[in-house]
Design a protein around this ligand. Structure first.
Ligand code: ADP
Ligand code: F6P
Length: 320
């Protein structure tokens, strides 16, 4: 039976990480384990920046955005020396298992540490929903709802001014936030990296719909597609419809998590401890068909996630 575990959050923060930390801590304590919070991702593991948690350590955090454990990117953890330091620190502290809440990069680190005999379980925590082994990542729902609220506000002013609003949302290389936010906000066009686009056709569609009385033109662009300000400028030149670009940015990473993020984070945190309790490590927890499941980390990292092309096509069909 595992006696002592640690929890850390790594990579970009995501709303719901705190709910996951809470669920891990409370489940482990309930099952008689000692629990340590590790600050600032793998940095805290290497430097021994840890603290013992009790049931009150995770009080009043379920509704808070960000992560109470703080997060960081830790280049040293990618090195042999860094990994050996982390392993030595785990042995010194008696940590037999670690729950790592983060994205693919964090899972690579978790696999490396697992290979050194520390049982690691990864929980998918990122607003991007870009982790292949899971249909859902902690933070995704909150980020989309934040983006939707922001785009709704932009729509008010676009409608009043007969303008086009080009809104850039996050997602790293994935268009999941863009396509869902675009549908929820009635965008005339959704531009993601996964689907080729043509500004001439978009301009033509804007002019056709304008001729039928349309007054606001919301275009949701996924980050990394190109320069949103430039896209707005080109569309304005082609259509003579005034256009403004807005980059929503890190506002999408903050805020109080939605019900879905809190519940999924809690389910996943609970499940991670059940794995560790059975002495199972080197796993990533995910959601498939609404069930919580787990995968070998290497297998999870080798999986590919399809883009939601049906959603994209549906949005295209009804946008006019
Ligand atoms: P995310 O977990 O959100 O994908 P990053 O890619 O920035 O974020 O990774 C977070 C941290 O995970 C890195 O700063 C590093 O400490 C660790 N990490 C990333 N890639 C590796 C790797 N290949 N080997 C070991 N550790 C890694
Ligand atoms: O992975 C989450 C995310 O917010 C991405 O959507 C974005 O590309 C990236 O992190 C931004 O990273 P940083 O916080 O380093 O600016």
């Amino acid at each position: 039976m595992i006696k002592k575990i640690g929890i850390l959050t790594s990579g970009g923060d995501a709303p719901g990480m705190n709910a996951a930390v809470r669920a891990v801590a409370r489940t482990a304590l309930r099952r008689g384990m000692d629990v340590y919070g590790i600050r600032r991702g793998y940095n805290g593991l290497i430097n021994g920046d840890v603290f013992q948690m009790n049931e009150r350590s995770v009080s009043d955090i379920i509704h808070r955005g960000g992560t109470v454990l703080y997060t960081a990117r830790c280049p040293e953890f990618r090195t042999e020396e860094g990994l050996e330091k982390a392993k030595a620190k785990c042995n010194e502290l008696g940590l037999e298992g670690i729950v790592v809440i983060g994205g693919d990069g964090s899972f690579r680190g978790a696999a490396d540490l697992s290979a050194r005999g520390i049982l690691c379980v990864g929980l998918p925590g990122t607003i991007d929903n870009d982790i292949a082994c899971t249909e859902y990542t902690i933070g995704y729902d909150t980020a989309m709802n934040t983006a939707m609220e922001m785009v709704d506000k932009l729509r008010d002013t676009s409608q009043s001014h007969d303008r086009c609003s080009v809104v850039e949302v996050m997602g790293r290389n994935a268009g999941y936030i863009a396509v869902n936010t675009g549908i929820a906000c009635g965008a005339i066009e959704i531009i993601t990296k996964e689907v080729p686009y043509d500004l001439n056709s978009i301009a033509k569609k804007m002019l056709e719909t304008k001729a039928h009385g349309k007054q606001n033109f919301i275009i949701v662009v996924s980050e990394g597609v190109g320069n949103s300000t430039e896209i707005a400028k080109i569309l304005e030149e082609k259509t003579h419809i005034e256009a403004r670009a807005t980059i929503l940015g890190h506002v999408q990473r903050g805020g109080s998590p939605t019900v879905r993020d809190r519940v999924v984070a809690t389910q996943m945190g609970h499940y991670a401890v059940e794995l560790l309790e059975q002495g199972i490590g080197n796993r990533v927890v995910g959601m498939q068909k609404n069930e919580i499941v787990d995968f070998d980390i290497q297998e999870a990292l080798s999986m590919k996630k399809p883009y939601e092309i049906e959603l994209h096509n549906m949005a295209e069909e009804i946008a006019f």
